[in-house]
Write a protein that binds this ligand. Structure first.
Ligand SMILES: CC(C)(COP(=O)(O)OP(=O)(O)OC[C@H]1O[C@@H](n2cnc3c(N)ncnc32)[C@H](O)[C@@H]1OP(=O)(O)O)[C@@H](O)C(=O)NCCC(=O)NCCS
Length: 173
């Protein structure tokens, strides 16, 4: 399913605040992400997402249904320091009504295809909670290697117990 994509990625825009509220302001959607964010935090996040591409440190995308143009979620990557090294981190989120159809897997595969040719750092990491079965399945399916379990702060102030998954962006595909 990850091969035949029903999704299109569009750069995150100033018009996407309502989508972000559905993704980050909802209890079910943030069960593995420390709970719903306040509107103030979501507005701050919206500004970060809008500016990420121009910063040169990553990209955030809206996941759109290719057939209808309907927004379905988000996927994006950004630079971070992890264990003393510059790496990329990737994250994804798909609205409840669109889950279970391979959307997150397809969108994440597309985001990685965008990152590979422009990557300045060799490794891409993902840090799903150990209880987030679909996200861990996506990492496994997209060829990430599970390094270890770790405690990871997301959002600031909330400690999550996660798997540290790593993908080599410089390996031939
Ligand atoms: C995690 C999330 C993005 C998955 O979205 P999705 O579009 O439903 O994911 P996909 O349909 O691509 O499915 C991913 C894989 O997980 C598998 N999966 C789903 N539920 C599972 C479960 N309970 N146990 C094991 N595997 C499971 C699916 O079978 C699928 O694998 P397959 O393609 O081999 O069948 C979505 O649940 C979400 O947005 N959750 C809230 C936000 C979040 O937690 N984001 C992740 C932060 S790391």
């Amino acid at each position: 399913m990850f091969g035949q994509s029903a999704v299109r990625l569009e750069p995150w825009s100033k018009d996407d605040l309502a989508l972000l509220q559905k993704l980050m302001g909802d209890a079910a959607m943030t069960k593995h992400l420390g709970g719903p964010e306040s509107l103030d935090k979501i507005v701050e996040r919206q500004t970060r997402y809008e500016r990420l591409a121009e910063s040169g440190n990553g990209r955030m995308f809206k996941i759109v249904d290719k057939a209808t143009g309907e927004p379905m979620g988000s996927v994006g990557y950004w630079e971070r320091v992890w264990r003393g090294e510059d790496v990329y981190e990737i994250g994804w989120s798909v609205l409840v009504g669109f889950q279970g159809r391979g959307i997150a897997g397809s969108a994440t595969a597309e985001a990685i295809s965008t990152l590979r040719p422009e990557a300045k750092h060799r490794f891409l990491h993902a840090f799903p909670s150990i209880d987030n079965a679909p996200s861990n399945a996506i990492c496994r399916k997209l060829g990430f290697t599970r390094l270890e379990e770790c405690d990871f702060e997301f959002p600031p102030g909330n400690l999550m117990h996660c798997n540290d998954w790593q993908l080599d962006l410089f390996a031939s595909v």
